[in-house]
Design a protein around this ligand. Structure first.
Ligand code: GLP
Length: 241
């Protein structure tokens, strides 16, 4: 950080420059996610700036979700999950690829008739049988998302075929989705969702709706998810044409 702060030590917005310098350190992974930053005192001393300035810079980065602070333990680079949104992958695959342990806790895993709203959203005829899954998705003990999935029984006749991963169950039936439409929306998590996700009510979240299809156009899933905004980054590669 030294270079940045040295350029103009008398600059009134030193905390903003320090904030940017730390952001760069994180982007370049010079300090790995989960690892600690030097203490406030060490930073202030080595940079020749006040602890108030250091604190202000760190507080801004905590607010951005790039750092976390644990009382008495210090400041750490946040362990965010970066998920490319251009690939049709499952929660289980995404977490395993990061060496994390995906887990689901079900509220509901049953079969029934499609509701009028679901029939409309999925373009199914009234009376169609569907499997419904409602679950909290975890990485180890940490809840990351809530998901409510509706799957036509023609693709998945028995809800108990889903042990942990919906896509694994669909794949085993030769019905793994091949294409999906996904909508992302910023939300404030409701008290109920916040409680399940172990965050404060009103925390930032991402609501995601995914409709997935087979090659022949048949729909295989309509899933509404609420992801914690403080741990997820969704990234996409964009092409000009
Ligand atoms: C993601 C998607 C859901 C999909 C799920 C499948 O979370 N947002 O639409 O249903 O992955 O994951 P899994 O196979 O782990 O159940």
């Amino acid at each position: 950080y030294r270079r940045l702060c040295d350029e103009s030590p008398s600059q009134p917005l030193v905390y903003l420059r320090l904030r940017q310098a730390i952001r760069n350190v994180i982007d370049r992974r010079e300090i790995e996610p989960g690892h600690a930053l030097p203490s406030e005192r060490e930073l202030a001393q080595s940079l020749g700036i006040s602890r108030v300035t250091v604190r202000k810079a760190l507080a801004g980065l905590v607010e951005e979700g790039l750092l976390t602070q644990r009382h008495g333990a210090g400041t750490f680079v946040a362990e965010r999950i970066v998920k490319p949104i251009s690939r049709l992958t499952s929660f289980t695959e995404d977490l395993r690829a990061r060496g994390l342990n995906p887990r689901s806790e079900f509220f509901e895993r049953g079969i029934g008739e499609v509701t009028p709203e679901e029939a409309m959203a999925m373009n199914l005829s009234p009376g169609t049988a569907v499997v419904r899954l409602h679950r909290v998705r975890y990485a180890g003990d940490e809840p990351l998302a809530i998901e409510r999935s509706v799957v036509p029984a023609s693709a998945l006749p028995d809800p108990s075929l889903v042990r942990d991963s919906l896509y694994e169950a669909l794949e085993a039936r030769g019905c793994r989705p091949r294409r999906a439409l996904q909508r992302l929306r910023a939300v404030l998590l409701t008290a109920q969702h916040a409680h399940l996700l172990h965050v404060s009510p009103g925390s930032a979240g991402l609501a995601i709706e995914r409709r997935s299809f087979l090659d022949d156009g048949r729909i295989v899933e309509f899933t509404s998810s609420w992801y914690r905004g403080d741990v997820y980054d969704f990234v996409a590669e964009l092409h000009a044409e």
